[in-house]
Design a protein around this ligand. Structure first.
Ligand SMILES: [Ca+2]
Ligand SMILES: [Ca+2]
Ligand SMILES: [Ca+2]
Ligand SMILES: [Ca+2]
Length: 272
């Protein structure tokens, strides 16, 4: 997302040809991109209806589609190979809802969404995960097919969940600072991944790499863990705040203010 034209636009960067491509850059409002392999998804304001729509672009075929329409408030959608998940605030008094659907088909949905707020969905495989405050503080839920169930609903706030469809990771302040925890739906095993008294937050998990922002050295840095080896990696630990990391296909990108304004940086993981 980029506001060089004074309103939010979306640019793609082609890493093979090293060219930047304006995907949605005009006077219209386009926000909150997500990408999985060759498909980009984002929110677009349909001004004539005063409502937001979720658009996709299939990069190789340049095929554009509109998957969902009539949303009241924009937020970041999440796309996996099979699933689209998004949030909306249809009636302000009833709180935020999370919705999901198979990418290019439909599925049944409850008539009445859960009470409280459901936010920050992340899609992995056929799974969607999100945070929910219907029991007072934030908890993390997983949603597969027609079944929603809590991943952890104990004390403290569990927020910003992420999944690759197999493992679920979230940030958790039950110990008085943010740490990362994981849950494996196949075994039911919960693991505390970090225990440093500083904050580890904003996890993102794709393709065996878990990345997060970490302030153990006084400002935000980017760290990652290769889940196949358990090895932790310092991705960037220099001056300024490095935040909101995302990973996929052995690349890590983040927002970086080391030069004063916010830029996007990338790190490529080379495996032995
Ligand atoms: Ca709700
Ligand atoms: Ca909780
Ligand atoms: Ca911590
Ligand atoms: Ca830093």
């Amino acid at each position: 997302m980029d506001n060089r034209t004074e309103n939010p636009d979306i640019y793609l960067y082609n890493l093979i040809e090293n060219v930047e491509w304006p995907l949605a850059a005009g006077t219209e409002l386009d926000m909150y991109p997500d990408i999985r392999n060759d498909v980009v998804v984002w929110m677009h304001l349909e001004e004539e209806f005063d409502a937001w729509a979720i658009r996709t672009l299939d990069i190789p075929t340049v095929n554009r589609t509109q998957l969902v329409r009539g949303l009241s408030v924009p937020s970041r959608p999440s796309i996996s190979e099979e699933t689209l998940a998004w949030g909306d605030l249809p009636i302000a008094a009833f709180g935020w809802d999370v919705q999901k659907k198979p990418l290019y088909s439909t599925e049944a949905r409850e008539a009445i969404p859960p009470r409280g707020d459901q936010m920050n969905p992340d899609a992995g495989g056929t799974l969607a995960v999100y945070q929910d405050n219907q029991n007072g503080d934030w908890d993390v839920y997983m949603w597969s097919g027609q079944t929603r169930k809590p991943v952890f609903s104990g004390p403290g706030d569990q927020t910003r969940p992420t999944t690759d469809g197999n493992l679920i990771v979230w940030q958790d302040n039950r110990n008085g600072n943010w740490d990362l925890y994981s849950y494996d739906p196949a075994t039911g095993k919960v693991t505390q991944l970090t225990s440093d008294p500083s904050d580890q937050a904003r996890p993102h998990l794709r393709d065996g790499i878990l990345v997060w922002q970490d302030d153990r050295e006084g400002d935000w840095d980017i760290r990652a863990r290769d889940l196949s080896t358990g090895k932790e990696m310092e991705i960037f630990t220099g001056p300024g705040d490095q935040t909101d990391p995302r990973t996929g296909n052995d690349k890590i990108v983040w927002v970086d203010d080391r030069k004063g304004d916010k830029d996007v940086y990338m790190y490529e993981i080379y495996r032995d």
